[in-house]
Write a protein that binds this ligand. Structure first.
Ligand code: ANZ
Ligand code: ZN
Length: 823
């Protein structure tokens, strides 16, 4: 019981210490050079409603790291902010009839209060919001740097279109053919859009993975590798009848060129329209309409029945001079390679399926020993003896044949080895209101003119009361925004118009980690000195769902900034940890399933510390947590036990620890060594188990061992409070105070284990056989009877004297003696 006669009171503790931390700015980075710096970053919060269980997990994990490093003596930057532009805010504002800004900033207030209550050790002085003018001014400035370098450009193309949100989507935002946000089936539209030239950085994004390999989850690196999709192969030029310029195809198998029996062009590629014969044009156009209705996913699916139409023209196979037909078919995509392929049905399954449907010839050129594909319907892909292949005949490996063919193509200038990537340029313009305006003015005389730096930011007009509902064009292109839109051209002064698109929010979140270092800096996007002090981020914590978007975009941005001379490193995040998800009863929480768990209610019922302890204890950080399998009630009981142990400590603050009970001290120091190691290797769930064990050992020492006055008890509880401060920060402060120590425990120093207390202690155990000493064995002082007996029986000398005899009785006086009576 405390002075007021109460036991542990979670609500009172939360109120008290949250206020204390705020008043004392306990978690503010010092940034004075007195300590080595570490930067702990949690993925950006999006302000849609209050914090939920997913936040509870992710931020609790990041906080273990931040708090541990602080105790280890590092100067820690652990900032907080909001990714506050974006579609969900806008859609919600439309539903609730408010302005996106009002809705957004109200949610930020709610979340900020919840973060404070949840006790995350943020440095609030570095807070930022991407929708603030002081932030998006620099997003625009960065866009203009990209623009000046040719890395931001406009083009007409088929773009993913969400008919529900009435806006374009990046490839990454299309999941299984549907809009990632609203689930609507995504269609294609020919539009003029802004792109970032991320494809220029495809190889760098792959190569620089060497810098982070081992410190990022392999899964994320593999997802990025697949997304970038590097493919080595060759271009081959085919001459088409009646067309001067040859058509290039991309192939990964130039060695199969002699088996190319037809060509296929993507129906939606410009080329198809250019080469189709007059007779075939009506059929082609009808077919094209049909293809446009399919999603890219459907087109690429292996189950999809491939369709196509003969374009009525012939091409010449450049290696054997044979005439082959040219078709348009849906399985060839306009956006990959060159949008045209040579079809080798004997050795490519897609081509074989198509050839069989349309009765096109199949010519095997490699004998792999498998069944003939014309009989089996299965394309053969392995190595084998080349046949029907001119100068390749007799070769037996792909590698050899590919390089021979590449040499042949090169010599005749009808092709060349090349590398292609699946990665597409990043489509960044959105036809929506609540985003960062693109700082370009379109002038009929001068073209696309950047807004001069001293006129930034291009402010988002208020448009209060205007209809923001999706209409296919940006609200900024509507009548309400005319006054905002019509401006004189910055170059010639003539009448011109602002660009009316806004930027994808992934642009905002591709550089926020840099801005955090100096969130209010007014001379540039960030203070380079501050960035030098803190970046790159030491530990980033966030969900694996960001593997191919946010994390790839942020790496791209960092590389561009590096090349612009704005930063001097090229990977932004040294270490990455993915947390799992919080699910319930085996399923993701959802309204329709009614299995949602409300964070606020959990906190009201069990307290912040119990929720955080439960989250950390549930399993390794990267695993999912099923809320049906965990027990915040049991966590609360543990916190109460820990609190009572601290309450019972009955030695003065300056008690001489060295004189304390050795057994308990050993337990404490073993825990110090072990917990430190577990923290370094990210096994946070086990540190909770160790804290529980230490509390139990201390309780036992108080009740039946050395007693509450022994200084070893104080030592044990002091370390327990420090460990617990990583996942149960409120009760840890209470315990610290109960120990009579100056708050905050966050300002204390992580102990180092005393090596003398770590060496396993041993004593000599005498083994007697029928009353005579036959062996002396070194054993642990806490050895049990089973182990002692086993050790004795394992001794060769003891075995000799027992040979052929029957053990009648064993008498143990442990750890000093064990006596075996045998006949
Ligand atoms: C002839 C060939 C023969 C092919 C063979 C494969 C096996 P990856 O590995 O994914 O890069 N291809 C090229 N461009 C295409 C496009 N726009 N749409 C659909 N398919 C396309 O795939 C490269 C291979 O996919 C290329 O190599 C080409 O088919 C096809 F035994 O060329 B191959
Ligand atoms: Zn002009």
């Amino acid at each position: 019981m405390d002075a007021a006669g109460r036991g542990y009171d979670a609500a009172r503790s939360q109120e008290k210490w949250a206020r204390f931390w705020q008043e004392h700015e306990t978690f503010a980075a010092l940034d004075d050079g007195s300590r080595e710096r570490r930067y702990v970053l949690d993925m950006f919060a999006y302000p849609s409603g209050d914090l939920h269980m997913g936040h509870a997990e992710a931020f609790a994990i990041g906080d273990v790291v931040a708090r541990y490093w602080r105790l280890k003596g590092f100067d820690v930057l652990h900032p907080v902010g909001w990714d506050s532009f974006g579609l969900p805010a806008e859609n919600a504002a439309i539903r609730h009839g408010t302005h996106p800004a009002e809705w957004t900033y109200a949610n930020i207030d709610t979340q900020a209060a919840s973060f404070r209550r949840y006790g995350i050790s943020f440095d609030w002085s570095h807070r930022l919001h991407t929708s603030d003018e002081e932030y998006y001014r620099w997003t625009q400035w960065l866009f203009l740097q990209f623009f000046a370098k040719g890395l931001a450009y406009r083009k007409d193309s088929w773009a993913n279109w969400c008919p529900n949100d009435q806006t374009v989507l990046a490839n990454e935002q299309v999941k299984e053919g549907r809009c990632e946000r609203c689930g609507a089936i995504v269609t294609k539209r020919q539009l003029n859009q802004w792109y970032f030239k991320i494809t220029d950085y495809a190889q760098r994004l792959l190569d620089d993975m060497a810098q982070i390999e081992g410190n990022w989850p392999d899964r994320v690196l593999n997802m990025q590798r697949n997304w970038i999709g590097r493919s080595e192969g060759a271009y081959v030029d085919f001459v088409i009848d009646g067309r001067e310029e040859p058509v290039r195809v991309f192939t990964t198998r130039p060695d199969t060129l002699f088996g190319a029996t037809f060509m296929v062009v993507a129906p939606d590629a410009q080329l198809a329209d250019e080469i189709v014969s007059d007779e075939q044009r009506p059929a082609f156009e009808e077919y094209l309409e049909q293809v446009k209705k399919q999603t890219e996913i459907e087109r690429q699916s292996t189950e999809h029945v491939k369709t196509g139409v003969d374009l009525g023209v012939q091409a010449t196979n450049p290696v054997n001079g044979e005439k082959i037909p040219v078709w348009a078919a849906d399985y060839v995509l306009s956006e990959y390679g060159t949008g045209a392929i040579m079809a080798v049905p004997a050795h490519d399954q897609r081509d074989l399926d198509f050839a069989r449907t349309y009765g096109l010839p199949v010519v095997p050129v490699i004998d792999t020993g498998q069944e003939d594909p014309r009989e089996s319907g299965v394309a053969t892909v392995g190595d084998g003896a080349y046949e029907n292949s001119g100068f390749l005949d007799g070769m037996t490996t792909k590698a050899e044949a590919i390089s021979a063919m590449c040499r042949f193509l090169d010599e005749r200038s009808i092709g060349e080895p090349t590398v292609t990537y699946r990665l597409r340029d990043w489509l960044l313009s959105r036809q929506r209101f609540w985003g960062c305006p693109i700082p370009i003015v379109h002038c009929p005389a001068c073209g696309d003119v950047p807004v001069p730096e001293d006129q930034l930011p291009v402010r988002l007009p208020d448009l209060r009361g205007a209809d923001l509902a999706p209409k296919g064009t940006s609200p900024l292109a509507g009548e309400e925004a005319t006054a905002w839109r019509e401006v004189p051209c910055p170059t010639c002064g003539g009448p011109a118009e602002r660009d009316t698109d806004t930027m994808d929010t992934f642009v905002d979140s591709s550089w926020y980690f840099l801005r955090y270092c100096s969130p209010h800096y007014a001379e540039g996007p960030f203070d380079l000195d501050a960035v030098r002090r803190w970046m790159p981020v030491s530990q980033y914590v966030g969900g694996v769902e960001h593997a191919t978007m946010h994390l790839l975009y942020s790496r791209f941005f960092t590389k561009v900034l590096h090349d612009l001379g704005l930063v001097d490193f090229d990977e932004p995040f040294t270490r990455l940890m993915n947390q799992g998800q919080v699910i319930n009863q085996g399923k993701a929480m959802s309204k329709s399933l009614g299995n949602g768990v409300d964070l606020g209610k959990q906190i009201d019922e069990f307290g912040v510390d119990a929720v955080r302890t439960t989250v950390i204890f549930a399993g390794p950080p990267e695993d999912d947590i099923d809320w049906a399998d965990v027990s915040p009630g049991a966590s609360l009981k543990f916190l109460q036990r820990a609190w009572r142990v601290a309450h019972d400590v009955d030695s003065p603050v300056d008690a001489d620890v060295a004189s304390g009970d050795v057994a308990l001290r050993r337990t404490t120091h073993r825990a110090i060594a072990e917990v430190s190691e577990l923290l370094e290797s990210g096994r946070f769930n086990v540190i909770v188990a160790r804290a529980m064990e230490l509390v139990n050992a201390t309780r036992k020492a108080i009740d039946t061992g050395c007693g509450a006055q022994d200084p070893a008890v104080r030592e044990a509880v002091t370390f327990t409070a420090q460990v617990m401060s990583l996942f149960a920060p409120y009760v840890a402060e209470d315990m610290w105070e109960l120990l009579g120590l100056e708050p905050s425990v966050a300002n204390s120093t992580w102990p180092t284990a005393d090596p003398a207390l770590l060496v396993a202690q041993e004593v000599t155990m005498v083994v007697q056989v029928s009353g005579k000493v036959r062996a002396k064995i070194q054993v642990d002082p806490h050895i049990g009877e089973e182990e002692a007996r086993a050790a004795a029986l394992a001794d060769p000398n003891v075995q000799r004297f027992l040979d052929g005899k029957q053990i009648v009785k064993v008498i143990a006086k442990l750890p000093r003696m064990i006596s075996i009576v045998a006949r």
